[in-house]
Design a protein around this ligand. Structure first.
Ligand code: ADP
Ligand code: MG
Length: 360
């Protein structure tokens, strides 16, 4: 799924109204009935049908012929449009440039602000991967009326990532500076560094190794575990400083599997250093010995940016999907077509647009 930056400029205000109506309607309709789109658009001059068909031609909405009624769904393109329009209105995005990464569940692009500062736009794309593990899927859906929509889960994931990045940045951790957030998108500072995975040589592997282990322990002392601390999510600057990215899977050190996640992060680094730099050390942190909580960023995030209830919802979803392997950004994107797995989650109201409007 590529971002269609060109189409973004060419929508009339009436088309935007109709597109927004489809988004609003999808809060409680899997397929938004055409009649509801007309009501929500409030276009007294008429012409809604034409706008609907124009939006469908531009792939911003997609027609679904239902057994009960005909209607439309917002596509990723339509959702991208709405998010980018908001971000550009707030002047945190001025123009969209090249794609620099296709993460496991995201697209990452360079964007320009009006003063020509280069930043990064990360578009969360949960639901691009289908539920792989049928058993997990069944367990997951057991207690739910319906499976959540890609739109809702992507927004949840972006909201979480932004909340964690903000708290980490405010507390001096080496992470990108969070700039803005809307819907499934976040804007952050551009880090001029390369992923550890692509680093061929380091002057002092022992130093980088211990910096990374110190970072894992420091995070834990602040109440947090990254949960995906691997060679794809650590960027290394030219003076070999690590910068941490990718936070949708962070957990609290109070999480029931905290020790497992902590050890997994530690092991990722140990294994990678052994394989890539032939560097091994008998020194590595242990959860029970080395973690002494000093701060509670986990509680701070829960209180201010991302409530534990939503955290749990995202975790359940991630568990049901199963582990998704990371891949190099320059590998071609398999472009799994969007697998829309049903209607909007019931708890969509918890994540109202208001909670997305925080801007630094
Ligand atoms: P995913 O959750 O999909 O793995 P990531 O946040 O890890 O997405 O980003 C994917 C890739 O995009 C990274 O490996 C990195 O190459 C690039 N990237 C992400 N954020 C930034 C940033 N702020 N500055 C520079 N490159 C970035
Ligand atoms: Mg990543």
């Amino acid at each position: 799924m590529k971002l269609d930056a060109k189409g973004i400029r060419y929508l009339s205000p009436d088309e935007v109204r109709v597109l927004t109506a489809v988004e609003t309607g999808s809060r409680n309709h899997n397929v938004v009935p055409t009649t509801l789109i007309k009501t929500l658009s409030k276009l007294h001059g008429g012409g809604t049908n034409k706008f609907i068909s124009d939006l469908a031609k531009k792939n911003l909405i997609a027609k679904v012929v239902n057994s009960k009624y005909d209607g439309y769904k917002l596509t990723y393109g339509g959702y991208d449009y709405l998010a980018l329009k908001t971000l550009s209105k707030r002047e945190t995005v001025y123009s969209v440039g090249n794609q620099i990464g296709v993460g496991k569940e995201s697209d990452v692009l360079i964007i320009m602000q009006s003063d020509e500062t280069e930043c990064v736009l990360k578009i969360h794309r949960l639901g691009r991967m289908s539920f792989r593990n049928v058993k997990n899927q069944r367990d997951y859906l057991k207690n739910k009326n319906s499976s959540p929509s890609w739109m809702y889960m992507s927004r949840l994931s972006a909201t979480k990532e932004y909340a964690f990045m903000k708290v980490l940045h405010e507390n001096g951790f080496p992470v990108p500076k969070p700039i803005d957030h809307n819907r499934h998108c976040i804007v952050m500072s551009y880090i001029n560094a390369i992923p550890l995975r692509q680093v061929e040589k380091v002057g002092d592997p022992g130093k980088l190794y211990s910096d990374l282990m110190d970072l894992i322990v420091k995070l834990a002392n602040y109440g947090l575990i990254h949960g995906d601390f691997n060679e794809f999510n650590i960027l290394v600057t030219s003076d070999q400083q690590p910068i941490l990215i990718d936070f949708p899977q962070m957990v609290s050190i109070n999480h029931k599997n905290a020790e497992y996640y902590f050890n997994r992060d530690v092991d990722c680094i140990r294994i990678f250093f052994k394989k890539k730099f032939r560097y091994e050390s008998s020194l590595y942190p242990k959860f029970s010995l080395d973690v002494n909580r000093q701060f509670s960023l986990d509680l701070q995030v829960a209180a201010t940016g991302f409530p534990s209830k939503l955290q749990k919802e995202l975790e359940e979803y991630t568990e049901a999907i199963g582990e998704i392997p990371e891949k190099d950004s320059n590998e071609s994107n398999s472009d799994n077509e969007l697998e829309d797995s049903g209607s909007e989650s019931q708890s969509d109201a918890d994540l109202s647009e208001d909670s997305n409007s925080n801007k630094n």
